[in-house]
Design a protein around this ligand. Structure first.
Ligand code: ADP
Ligand code: ZN
Ligand code: ZN
Length: 669
């Protein structure tokens, strides 16, 4: 009987052999079909990866495939290579990688009945493309010169400079060449405009979107349209980088610096990095776009010591005639007493906008009412019992909430330890600023926009509509508001609490702060109304703010890269993080210590292992967490080490409740 080798979603670094049922014999072209197989006492969906002559197992032990699923075309060879690359690079079991990137509906034994297909995106009004600016033309010309083969381009353009228009022209060319386009965006919620714009410009391209808010059936249908080639443009979030695309001709990663391209559990991959690999492997161009590129990409495009790996394309001016970049100013908060966290200058600026019927945005990256509740008598503070973290006060629904594990309780009326009635919020979140502004400007319509007020896409869309319709005078929001939206009446942005990131122990914090402030500043003053940005700070002379005032991302980035190089941080070193968590910290640390003590470590001279340490948030959801950093100046040396080390990690005896994982290129510490 014919034997099929099958990849299954199990945490093992191996495949499984089965007999192909009689009368169902498979051809080589059918490698990549799904099959249903018996596994243990249940059935599982797997993917056929090979039709070997014989099995390494005694044939008597082999079971027979229950069904060969011929409802879909076979997964293409380049999709296999992509999965193999990810499994090897991220040290994840190949079967798990392959199956976990399929839509859930295709890996279930009992998929839900698909309803009649509804079209993916509804095309908006057809639009006539604008005349390109000379900078847009120049960028497009360079990309065209690069040809249809692999070439990585970094499109660095200030907000409103027309990056999207550049993408659209590239899509147009790619479609005309008979190829498919993959457009990656960080969060679909925040970029519905892009979906509409692409669909309107290319109604015949049958744009489909792929993201986590689709129903299982819709996701399956869209994915299938991509695989079958009927969808010519796929717009999706990080997981969509794994969509099989037989005619792929171009990949675009918009807002390439965004942290949501990083998957934070399971296989911890960076969709941006995988995208670059995929483009190279498929031999197609890739364009990474951002107003504030990641320092990794910036280094790849600007490092003059090695031949640049990416070409740098720059858009320095806003595309719409006369639209100028906002004026950014620092407000030195050491010089005056703040009123509930707000400076007199900012309050006056808001008042001016109210009088002119324009919108203001107060930006604060901290949701809730206050980060903690305290007792003035005994010093009690609201602590999460399951994490090494404080419970955040949410006055809107009178709850204390842990932002790490989701634990929540009602706000107590008196101090739980001493009974004192005088328990007070400490610090400020968006709800409190909303309250302060409401008291100060009773006539103003205030709208709060954060993860609490915009939990779903629906709520978010309602809020955006209200803002657009001018139904709000003052917006109070987190970085949610910073992304991808034009609010024509918004002319003032005030940023609060930014300083915290300047001296954070996470050395990536300044990079994130700069990106956020740039983005939020980009919301102010589009079209005819000039914008103003006021940053409250105790460190007005800090070089980060100085660069921001000049809209000078390159100066900021080059300065940061210099510091990183001196400190030996990425992108000048490659890192991996081993983390362990268990009910007892001693167990977590012991596991890491055993991993650290592996004698073979000495043979890897280019690889350095740090000491195991408790994580910054050492306890989460009753688990004690520790980490061990691995570093190397060579990506290859690190990879070789990790693939050997992983086998050791899997063999270490540990308490049954201990969990560990390995993360390559970690973003957070
Ligand atoms: P970005 O993606 O860089 O933030 P967009 O592509 O969204 O910028 O462009 C910002 C605004 O400028 C949009 O309203 C867009 O329609 C407009 N725009 C883009 N390119 C041009 C152009 N060449 N001429 C006129 N308007 C343009
Ligand atoms: Zn007390
Ligand atoms: Zn908690």
């Amino acid at each position: 009987m014919q034997i099929a080798r099958v990849a299954l979603d199990v945490p093992l670094h191996r495949f499984f052999d089965y007999f192909v049922p009689e009368g169902e014999e498979m051809s080589v072209a059918e490698i990549g079909l799904r099959v249903r197989v018996p596994f243990g006492r249940q059935s599982k969906i797997g993917i056929v990866v090979e039709l070997p002559e014989s099995s390494d197992f005694p044939e008597a032990q082999l079971k027979t495939i229950e069904a060969v699923l011929r409802d879909l075309p076979a997964l293409p060879a380049d999709w296999f290579r992509l999965s193999e690359f990810c499994a090897a690079y991220y040290q994840a079991p190949l079967g798990e990688v392959m199956l976990s990137t399929l839509p859930a509906g295709l890996r279930r034994i009992d998929p839900p009945k698909a309803r009649v297909a509804k079209r993916g995106a509804k095309p908006g009004k057809p639009q006539t493309p604008p005349e390109l600016t000379s900078e847009q033309q120049a960028s497009l010309a360079v990309i065209a010169e690069g040809g249809s083969g692999f070439k990585a381009h970094l499109l660095h353009g200030v907000t409103g400079s027309g990056k999207t228009e550049v993408y659209l022209r590239l899509v147009e060319r790619t479609l005309a060449a008979g190829k498919q386009v993959l457009l990656l965006v960080p969060e679909i919620n925040l970029t519905p405009q892009l979906e509409g714009r692409v669909a309107a410009r290319f109604p015949e391209a049958n744009l489909v979107s792929l993201h986590s808010e689709l129903t299982e059936a819709a996701r399956t249908r869209n994915w299938r349209a991509a695989l079958e080639g009927t969808a010519r443009v796929v717009l999706g979030t990080r997981l969509s980088i794994f969509t099989p695309l037989p005619d792929l001709g171009l990949i675009v990663v918009d807002e390439e610096h965004d942290a949501s391209f990083k998957q934070q559990d399971g296989m911890r991959y960076s969709a941006r990095d995988v995208a670059v690999f995929r483009a190279r492997e498929r031999g197609v161009p890739i364009v990474l776009g951002s107003a504030t590129p990641s320092l990794e990409s910036w280094a790849n495009a600007t490092d003059t010591r090695t031949p640049a790996r990416y070409t740098l394309l720059t858009l320095t001016e806003r595309a719409v005639t006369n639209a100028r970049l906002p004026v950014v100013q620092r407000i030195d908060t050491r010089l005056e007493k703040l009123q509930d966290g707000l400076s007199g200058v900012l309050l006056m600026a808001i008042e001016k906008r109210l009088a002119r019927g324009e919108q203001s945005l107060v930006f604060l990256n901290r949701r809730g009412y206050a980060p903690v509740l305290t007792c003035t008598a005994c010093g009690w503070i609201s602590h999460c019992t399951r994490c090494a973290a404080n419970l955040v006060l949410h006055l809107a629904d009178r709850r204390l909430r842990c932002h790490h594990c989701g634990f929540e309780i009602r706000v107590p009326k008196t101090c739980p330890t001493c009974g004192n009635q005088d328990i007070l919020p400490f610090g400020r979140g968006t709800q409190r600023i909303e309250e302060v502004l409401a008291a100060r400007f009773p006539q103003a319509r205030i709208l709060r926009v954060d993860r609490d007020s915009a939990k779903s896409r629906k709520q978010w869309e309602v809020l955006v509509k209200q803002i657009h319709a001018g139904e709000a005078d003052i917006l109070v929001g987190t970085q949610m508001l910073a992304k991808g939206h034009d609010f024509p009446k918004l002319t003032l942005v005030g940023a609060l609490g930014a300083d915290a990131a300047l001296f954070a122990s996470d050395w990536r914090a300044p990079e994130r702060l700069f990106a956020q402030l740039m983005q939020v500043a980009g919301r102010a003053g589009r079209a005819e109304l000039p914008g103003e940005v006021l940053i409250q700070t105790q460190f007005p002379d800090h070089p980060l703010y100085a660069a921001l005032v000049r809209h000078d991302y390159p100066a900021f980035a080059n300065e940061q890269l210099k510091e990183r190089e001196q400190a030996g941080f990425p992108p000048y070193a490659y890192q991996a993080m081993l983390r362990a968590e268990a009910p007892q910290m001693a167990d977590s640390l012991a596991y890491l210590a055993t991993a650290r003590a592996w004698p073979q470590v000495a043979a890897h001279v280019d690889v350095m292992l740090y000491d195991p340490v408790p994580m910054r948030l050492a306890r989460r959801a009753n688990l004690e967490r520790a980490q061990l950093l691995v570093e190397s100046p060579s990506r290859r040396a690190l990879q070789i080490f990790l693939s050997e080390w992983r086998e050791l990690l899997e063999s270490i005896k540990a308490p049954s409740r201990l969990r560990w994982h390995l993360e390559v290129d970690p973003l957070e510490f």
